[in-house]
Design a protein around this ligand. Structure first.
Ligand SMILES: C=C(O[C@H]1C=CC=C(C(=O)O)[C@@H]1O)C(=O)O
Length: 419
């Protein structure tokens, strides 16, 4: 673990009039922006008061310990007292134990909006001393990336179909039941990309998703691994996908076909089971619907199940995310065999793609989505790795999975296009 020691932090949350707060993403400066926004609500933040980087099997536990020590020493003044107010950290965790780095960032300024509440939090270190009241004026719109060219990532499409075929063969041999296999695509621009451009495009086109950015990983995820809010625990499980055609009537017929597809229902059931089993020890009561609904996104439709439970103990949102990761929406069933097979045949470092991404506050409340429909800025920031993965079961067809992965790449791909 590497971290700076910021000493005792001071966090001050002040109430704002919601009508006076501009669209959250429009407040972000170019330097160190953070985002967690859905349907205009959520939080944006900037600056760095403290940061902690972890890796390996203890990446969640090390981050949780660092956070609880920071919280214990902090001085907090909070006149709003809602989930997300007071001291706050954004985070993004590696999918695998190795390789991959995970990060928690405590920003200097947070602006949030939630229902009838809006607020600004400033966070100061002993060294920095108190900061001036932050400027909450909208910033200039970010420029679109210049001349973006897309090339194959670690594995080209043809070879990736062989990877999927190998996954299917292993499943048919009885080695496991489901594995989620992913691929990447590389986008290269002629100059460093201002991440605020793809963020605003994603939020506008995918308002039902959580538009996030943490330490160069950005995207718009439709999947909530776990939310903990004042004792209520919820999770939105997605698995099972069909591409949309753009013709509403045809898409409705496809949605009905998805809801009946035994291949997709099987994929979905593994994912729901993995989440319900991992949450059970932490919940005194749970509601796990028997059949999924169809979630309509602009590019694809998914089988979706909303799981809810009442927290049995004080387990924090981050500890719950650690217990749930990797769910069978991104790993497979059984988890251990699937994760080993991914490392063996996928041929790609997932980094923080498909890991938990989100935020938590000092009370242990928080939201951790799964970093899907995402891209990671690399090098000098003019290159992005885009990711997409597909659940594979015994009846999966490699060509159909490749087409599905292409549809899942559309959100980030389009977000890099010129206006
Ligand atoms: C792994 C991804 O999607 C997961 C979430 C929803 C549907 C999925 C599927 O149908 O395969 C995947 O399990 C991805 O988008 O990269």
């Amino acid at each position: 673990m590497t971290s700076c020691d910021p000493g005792a932090l001071t966090a001050s949350t002040t109430r704002l009039a919601p009508a006076e707060v501009p669209a959250l993403l429009r407040l972000l400066p170019r330097q160190d922006p953070l985002s967690w926004v859905r349907r205009g609500e959520g939080m944006v933040a900037w600056g760095v008061a403290a940061v902690c980087r972890t890796d390996g099997p203890a990446r969640f536990a090390d981050a949780a310990k660092w956070w609880s020590e920071l919280v214990a020493r902090a001085d907090v003044h909070d006149e709003v007292d809602e989930p997300g107010t007071g001291l706050l950290a954004f985070g993004s965790f590696a999918f695998a134990e190795q390789p991959g780095d995970s990060v928690l960032v405590v920003p200097r300024v947070v602006v949030g909006r939630r229902g009838e509440h809006a607020w600004v939090t400033t966070i100061d270190t002993q060294e920095s001393g108190p900061q001036e009241a932050p400027d909450l004026a909208v910033t200039e719109p970010a420029a679109a990336p210049a001349d973006v060219v897309f090339t194959d990532g670690a594995v080209d499409g043809e070879s990736w179909m062989s990877v999927v075929a190998e996954g299917v063969a292993r499943i048919r041999s009885g080695a496991l039941e489901k594995v989620v296999l992913a691929r990447d695509l590389v986008a290269t621009a002629t100059a460093p990309i201002d991440v605020r451009h793809p963020l605003s495009r994603l939020a506008a086109s995918y308002p039902m998703c959580w538009t996030f950015h943490v330490d160069r990983l950005f995207g718009a995820t439709p999947e909530m691994l776990v939310r903990r809010e004042r004792g209520l625990v919820t999770s939105r499980v997605l698995a099972g996908t069909i591409r949309r055609t753009g013709d509403d009537e045809h898409d409705l017929a496809l949605a009905a076909a998805l809801a009946r597809s035994s291949k997709d229902l099987e994929e979905h059931e593994y994912a729901v089971r993995s989440v319900a089993d991992a949450l059970e020890p932490h919940c005194s009561s749970m509601n796990v619907p028997e059949s999924p609904f169809v979630l309509h996104l602009p590019n694809v439709m998914h089988l979706a199940t909303d799981v809810a439970g009442v927290a049995r103990d004080e387990t924090s949102a981050l500890d719950l995310a650690a217990a749930l990761h990797p769910s069978a929406a991104v790993g497979g069933t059984p988890t251990e065999s699937a994760v080993a097979l991914i490392a063996e045949i996928e041929g790609m470092d997932r980094g923080r793609y498909a890991g938990p991404v989100g935020w938590m506050d000092a009370s242990g409340d928080g939201e951790w989505g799964i970093a899907l429909r995402s891209g990671e800025l690399v090098g000098d920031g003019s290159t992005v790795r885009l990711f997409a993965g597909c659940g594979v079961v015994g009846s999966s067809d490699p060509a159909a999975e490749l087409a599905e992965s292409q549809a899942k790449l559309i959100p980030v791909r389009d977000s890099l296009a010129a206006d």
